[in-house]
Write a protein of this length. Sequence first.
Lengths: 426, 426
Amino acid sequence: MREIGIGLLGLGTVGSGVVRLLQDNQAKISSITGRRLTIKRVIVRHPEKHRDTKLDGVPMTANIEDMIQDPAVQIVVEVMGTIQLAEDYIKRLLQAGKHVVTANKDLIAQKGGELVDIAAKKQRDLMYEASVAGGIPILRTIVNSFAADQILEVSGIVNGTTNYILTQMNQKKVSYAAALKSAQDLGFAESDPTNDVMGIDAAYKMIILTQFAFGMSLKLENVTVEGIDKVRLEDIQQAQSLGYTIKLIGDAKEIDGKASVSVGPTLIANSNPLAAVQNENNAVVVKSAAVGNTMFYGPGAGELPTANSVVSDIIAVTKDIGIGITGNTFNSYRHQVAIAPNSAVKSAYYLALKVRDIPGQMLALTRIMAESKASFRQIFQTSSDGDFARVVMITHEISLAQLEKVQEKVAVLENIELISSYRVLD
Amino acid sequence: MREIGIGLLGLGTVGSGVVRLLQDNQAKISSITGRRLTIKRVIVRHPEKHRDTKLDGVPMTANIEDMIQDPAVQIVVEVMGTIQLAEDYIKRLLQAGKHVVTANKDLIAQKGGELVDIAAKKQRDLMYEASVAGGIPILRTIVNSFAADQILEVSGIVNGTTNYILTQMNQKKVSYAAALKSAQDLGFAESDPTNDVMGIDAAYKMIILTQFAFGMSLKLENVTVEGIDKVRLEDIQQAQSLGYTIKLIGDAKEIDGKASVSVGPTLIANSNPLAAVQNENNAVVVKSAAVGNTMFYGPGAGELPTANSVVSDIIAVTKDIGIGITGNTFNSYRHQVAIAPNSAVKSAYYLALKVRDIPGQMLALTRIMAESKASFRQIFQTSSDGDFARVVMITHEISLAQLEKVQEKVAVLENIELISSYRVLD
């Protein structure tokens, strides 16, 4: 049986998972691909730290040139977890004629287009299933199974850390700070959790999903991003009492050929299957013209789930090599970028306000809503500490432009403060 | 742009959906496949009934020979909805060198192996994504995304009719007969619902899933099948009060290299995402060694969802033709059939019993359990009409062999009748 040589950049959690899956499932992989996949070379920053690894006789060095110049390596797996270095390495590897599989979502979201172009020019494969939603095979599914359909919206829970924190706040009735601390203690959140809790990680994943669903390559500044750091236990409990669960939802939809992509805390109706996604799990809902709603649920991270997506890519590349058709882009759907105007982006909203407990404030508030033509379907005054009352309302569907008008008008009032405005999804 | 000629066998709901999707998404499909897909010929039993169809100038006849001998047709879509005729037609089409896409689950479950062999011998593609779970792309996902992983269990709700009936019983507190009638009135159940309510349809789908997950081609007699026709409203309500929802679950697992496949009413813990799958929707959970649990949820039937799966297959075949690699089987994973013995198949069970309300019966019952080494974690006597009491228990995990021993021993007792024994899934 002919051999395909694999190279590894990085040997952390995901890298070790890839080694393990390739070793454990060698017979099955060979029966599917008709090739024996063998790890031929590893590049790590500190080779001396990996002396005890289970890769007998595989050269392990720190110099990327060793990989670039090794003719035995055909497919390189990049799981280093940095951006700049990975970008440089991947470019040089593609230029040298290697196929590349990466799990690097930050890099793909920021530089994907450039790398895809180099790969196409050199007729090499570049795949990155593991970059979105870890163990859920969502990218390949969009390419293969929605090709003849028109995707209208892709939404979901694509960050496990924030979903873990929100689940803990909801179930254990603890504050954001306490839930974050427990997530850090358990390894579900990093010591600097900024990228996760501020929604940046989710935004990068939504950029990749938007490329697959609508063929448009957006930049981070095209995505409206709000993190979970300001979500209060009161919001979560208020939402529950109304039949909703607060989740950090990434949402990409097409409105008249233009994209609208956002990440932010969202109230999900408890009858919606997304509301039931607990802890560090992820789920992506694809809404399409022909099929309607489908949901893909599973672990969003973790050594072996992520490694499985990487190995699925390796197998796909191996098949392409066998057939002689490398160089087709992972997702060939292309569409010019156009961003929907705020007047076209519509949703119901949950608004939480702090209102000074003096007469006339409700009147001022409802007058602003009426002036902005924003009607509401529910309004509650939930508590007052003597000085301030907390008022919560759920609006009917309004445009983002109308919401901004309401926000502006409330901002100039002395006695009313808008604390949070979250989307509502039924 | 080069053309690929499509032929249609049948022009019912799914056939019309395929026509519509091919017409509506022509540009996108061409941009992905590099080919123009054109419907060249249609075979229907009564051509005169389809005069008003939107297929101008496409020849429509009743004779399969017209399709077999048309050199313009490369891919034939079989959506006739019969078995015998479809088997004969598909064999002759494959022999004549046509590629075939079918949604015919009964045929694939019963004669799949034979058809796959003919296709391979003639180097032609045979695909059938639409045969399982309608709009959910589960077969292609297993092939592409779990290739390097070891699937341990595939389970789920794969019949929309029965899930609709059970959902109605649960939500509206109506009897099985009333829920079936409303399903029939709404078109979710056929006038002869036997195949659906007795679990046969689900069993065929599980046979196909077992082939993909474990490489084993089972027959219907290898599957333990129980329908929902004996599920009582009392069972559903009793289950709810214990935190479970009753669903018709198809389950295929591998135990020490041997398969165990069953279809039957099952108590699903409400924390399990399968419990939240409502009405006619389907969901399949894949449990694998590396990834853990993933769930794929969506519409299990319907004109356009099913048609989308058919068109995904057409696109896959078109790509294979373009690359020149037709004749690879849809799923190449092969493993010898072995069925796990009842002593190895373990589960917790819900047992509902009718017990004559005289002293000593509980003692007799608990003695039988003890003799069969079957312990229980919960037992309730829920009601008595004076003569008979209803007793419900949930066992700890026991083997199917132990369950059968209990069933046998209870069967000889005069004063105790075992009404139902359903699996319990946490």
